[in-house]
Design a protein around this ligand. Structure first.
Ligand SMILES: Cc1ncc(COP(=O)(O)O)c(C=O)c1O
Length: 364
C-alpha cells in the first residue's frame, strides 16, 4: 500500500538521526517473524498455564534470568513481562499500596513523569524530594521528610538512572536513612528502566534485592531495543500473593495490571537474552560507554560543557539550537538536553553530530 510505503520512507529517514531517546537499534528479530501469524496471548499469571495459545514457558525463563541478574531471593520472587517500564512502576506501587495502604511514597523531582500519574491513579499519598544538580535524590531532604512523618510507612521510588541525566539514587544511603529513624515498615522500588539492564554487568548493582530492593522494573525496549515496547517487573512473591484473584474465564490468576498481554513481547525479550547472553550484553555496554566518552571529550573540545554521571550512556549538555534538537530528536528539559549513546549508534553518527554542533558554535 502506497501510504505504508510513504510512512516507511519517512520513519526510516527519521531513524537516521534518532539519538536523544534510549532505544537500542542493533537488533534483528527476523527469526521470530513466522510467529507473528499467531495470536499469542500470555493472559494472566505467567506461572499459571492458561489456554494453549500462549508462551508462558518463555516468559518464565525471562523472569528467571532477571531474578538471577538482580539477586532476587531464590524462593521468593515473581515477575512478568510488561508493556514497558511505566507499567512495571505502576505494578510495584500497587503492591506497595496493598502492603501499606497509608504509606507515603517518596520520590525525587527527577523521577519519570509517569510516576505522578500512577500515584494519582492509585490515590497514594506522596512527597516529592529535591534532586541534587546531577539528578540524584537529595538525601538530606529525604531524611528531613521521613523524620517529619516517622509514624507513617515509607515507600521509596528510587531512580536507577533518571530520565534526563541517568543519575542513580543510592539504595544503601536510603536504607541508612530508614534505619536512622527506625522505620519499621518500608518498601523500596527501583525504577531501573534503562540502567538496570546493564549496571549489574559492570558489577555496579547496589540497587538489587540483596541490597534492599523489594521490586525492580526495567524497560526491555530500551537496552535490547524492540519494535514493540516491553519491560520486565520483578517483585517478592510473598507480596504478589496478596493480590491475585482466580478468574475462571481465563483459567489463570489475575495478578498482572492488564488482562491480555503480548506473547510476542515475552518472545522478544527471551530471544534478546538468548542471542546476546551476558557476554554480548557487556560488550554492547562497553562499546556504548566508550561512545559516550568519545562524545563528551569531543564536545568539550569545542567548548560544549557536556557531562555524564558515572557508568552512564547519557551525555548531558546545555540545550543546543532548536534546529539541532529537532533534527537529532534530542530530549530537552529546561536548559539541558541529552544524547543517549545506545547500542546501534555508530561512531560516525556521533561524529556527524559533533560536526554540526561545531558549526553551530561557530555560527552562533
Ligand atoms: C527513569 C524512567 N522510568 C520509567 C520510564 C518509562 O519507561 P517506558 O517508556 O518503558 O514505559 C522511563 C522512560 O524513559 C524512564 O526514563
Amino acid at each position: 500500500m502506497e501510504i505504508l510505503e510513504q510512512f516507511h520512507l519517512k520513519i526510516s529517514e527519521r531513524a537516521k538521526t534518532y539519538i536523544g531517546y534510549p532505544v537500542a537499534t542493533d537488533y534483528d528479530y527476523t527469526e521470530l517473524y513466522p510467529l507473528m501469524k499467531y495470536s499469542i496471548n500470555n493472559v494472566g499469571d505467567p506461572f499459571m498455564e492458561s489456554n494453549d495459545m500462549q508462551c508462558k514457558s518463555f516468559e518464565r525463563e525471562v523472569v528467571a534470568f532477571y531474578a538471577d541478574f538482580f539477586n532476587a531471593p531464590a524462593n521468593n520472587h515473581w515477575g512478568y513481562v510488561t508493556n514497558g517500564g511505566s507499567e512495571g512502576n505502576l505494578y510495584a506501587l500497587y503492591l506497595a499500596r496493598e502492603l501499606y495502604p497509608n504509606g507515603i511514597v517518596y520520590y525525587s523531582e527527577a523521577t519519570h513523569y509517569s510516576v505522578q500519574k500512577n500515584l494519582h491513579l492509585l490515590n497514594m499519598k506522596s512527597i516529592v524530594i529535591r534532586s541534587q544538580p546531577n539528578g540524584e535524590m537529595d538525601y538530606e531532604d529525604l531524611s528531613q521528610m521521613i523524620q517529619l512523618n516517622r509514624q507513617q510507612s515509607v515507600i521509596i521510588m528510587a531512580n536507577i538512572g533518571t530520565t534526563m541525566t541517568e543519575a542513580k539514587d543510592s539504595v544503601p544511603t536510603i536504607k541508612e536513612t530508614l534505619n536512622k529513624y527506625a522505620i519499621k515498615s518500608s518498601y523500596i522500588h527501583c525504577d531501573a528502566a534503562l540502567a538496570g539492564s546493564y549496571l549489574p554487568l559492570l558489577g555496579a548493582s547496589d540497587f538489587d534485592f540483596a541490597h534492599g530492593a523489594d521490586s525492580i522494573a526495567i524497560s526491555g525496549h530500551k537496552f535490547f531495543g524492540s519494535p514493540i515496547t516491553n519491560g520486565v517487573v520483578l517483585v517478592k512473591k510473598s507480596y504478589k500473593d496478596r493480590i491475585g484473584r482466580s478468574i475462571n474465564y481465563i483459567g489463570s490468576l489475575d495478578t498482572t495490571i492488564t488482562g491480555s498481554r503480548s506473547g510476542m513481547n515475552a518472545l522478544i525479550v527471551w530471544y534478546a537474552i538468548q542471542k546476546w547472553g551476558k557476554e554480548g550484553m557487556l560488550k554492547r555496554t562497553m562499546a556504548s560507554l566508550e561512545n559516550a566518552a568519545h562524545l563528551r571529550v569531543h564536545l568539550n573540545a569545542i567548548g560544549v560543557k557536556a557531562w555524564s554521571n558515572p557508568n552512564a550512556l547519557t551525555v548531558v549538555m546545555p540545550k543546543p539550537s532548536s534546529e539541532i534538537c529537532k533534527k537529532w530528536q534530542l530530549a530537552t528539559d529546561n536548559d539541558i538536553a541529552h544524547v543517549i549513546c545506545m547500542p546501534g549508534i555508530s561512531r560516525e553518527k556521533l561524529d556527524e553530530f559533533i560536526e554540526e554542533m561545531k558549526q553551530s558554535q561557530t555560527n552562533g
